[in-house]
Design a protein around this ligand. Sequence first.
Ligand code: GUN
Ligand code: FE
Length: 435
Amino acid sequence: MISPKYLFIGPIVQTIKSGDSIELQIIEEAGIAVQDGQIFEIFNRPKKSEIKADIITILEKGQFFTPGFIDCHIHAVQLPNIGLGFDKSLLDWLEAYTFPLELQFSDNSFAEKVFEAAVKRTLSLGTTTACYFASLYNEASLILAEKAVKYHQRAFVGKLNMDRVRNDNYYERTDISVDNTRKFIDDLYKLKSSLVNPVITPRFALSCSMELLKHLGKIAKENNLLVQTHICENTGEIKECKSLFPDCPTYTSVYEQANLLTNKTVLAHGVFLEDSELKILTKYNSSIIHCPSSNTFLRSGLCDIQRLRKNNITVGLGTDVAGGNFMCMLDVMRSALEVSNHIGFIQGDSYKPIDFVDAFYLATLGGAEALSIDNQVGNLIAGKKFDALVIDLKSKDSPLDNLKSLTLKEQLQRLIYSGDDRNIVNVYVEGHKVK
Ligand code: GUN
Ligand code: FE
């Protein structure tokens, strides 16, 4: 059977890369031809295409397409804790709030309920790709993968690895953790979904032995998988890392020694990376996932992503729920802009804070580059998948008053600084309408 050809007509607002620079691209009147979820042609409407579409969607006046948002770091298990526990900083927060909640995911029915909500909610907030920390437990982690398949979200799902002995038994023996990781990868591939893939997920250096980290580096290499973990989030954490791994001069060198650093490694936070660590990350082409809301509310610190980008480190954005207080990438973009301005207050006029185009890039194409999927998603160009949002600042329940007419560039700016998910009226993942 020949699959139908779709044609989407309306303006596109997105970022593109031209050499090393990022540009905002605005196509006032575009036609996007899609078959089997993939864009096979984009044209300016006055130019007209030859294609005969089976199904045509024309945006209403005032609406426009953007690429879907990419949340490069989110803990699906922590959804029930969102907005709680910000009276503590990272290590105390993990003990008081996070580990007790995560222990409950040995109960599959609880996992079902939470993960159903996590996938449905993030999709409706415009997250077309999510890179998830799932659970220590294999069964729960698979349930999250199944929910992403069911609701058609592009996702990386990581079964957590932790082998440091704890009194509450929230860890696995090293050999069991390794075996369970291999089994999880096999089971996830049995779902036969091109949208959902496994990611190797050591929680952070503090919860893993070097032996386990090395096994995980090997598994990632054998299977050519993404690796995700946390790095240099909090000063107390870094101090403890150095005392747990006395042979490693820096936090980054722990992961380097374990062969966990590749161009498919995404490291959340990186607030306090030393210059020598930036050199290591650049050498391996590993990415940093900036989680500004979490860094603010857990009082971790101000992460200067301009410094990272000057060192040619790819940066994506993450909600880091429930370290972060919102699940919508619009909030994370805003938080990244605030943090960058605050760094500017401290550093003075020589500092150039990020602007809304940078924030938009980080939440779309930048995230795709960090996750090494920029050949598939990140913007709407021929050959990529149709992962897209329809934005409408005048939607029925929009939080915004529209008292003067705006250019498309101004509308994007208003969306990022002042809009919310009520302005995201439709969401498409690989051509499927999921909102
Ligand atoms: N470091 C180790 N585990 C976590 C976690 O769950 N959240 C955050 N923000 N940092 C971590
Ligand atoms: Fe995190």
